[in-house]
Design a protein around this ligand. Sequence first.
Ligand code: ZN
Length: 137
Amino acid sequence: MKVTSIVDGIIIDHVQSGTALKVLHYLHVDPTSTRLALIMNTDSHKYGRKDIIKIEESDDLDLTALGFIAPQATVDMVRQGHIVSKHKPDRPVHLVNVISCVNPRCVTSVERGADQCFHLDDSGVYRCDYCDEKAEL
Ligand SMILES: [Zn+2]
């Protein structure tokens, strides 16, 4: 088992290079008050370049948004300095209030407080339930 620089937490590996800060935003992680380490644009055998996010004490973290923003990522659970499990983010069929529709004419853009609902289509793209607009990062 590989020893890492965090003790208890998670490592989000194989994040598309340059998007680590966006991932933190979607996970509602506040970089000013969270113990974390970002490694950006490091070499990856698989993808050329990648970002890595290490978050200490991540138990309260809701990782739902990862299936949208970083589906190719790997999530490593770290306990007492050791990686105890690795998994790919789930790609939920429905996302509610995780991302917002970018279509200015969509009912969710017009009506304040409307739930932002997206579904995964057959090609693996998240689309707005109301107007079918493609979800954008
Ligand atoms: Zn929409």
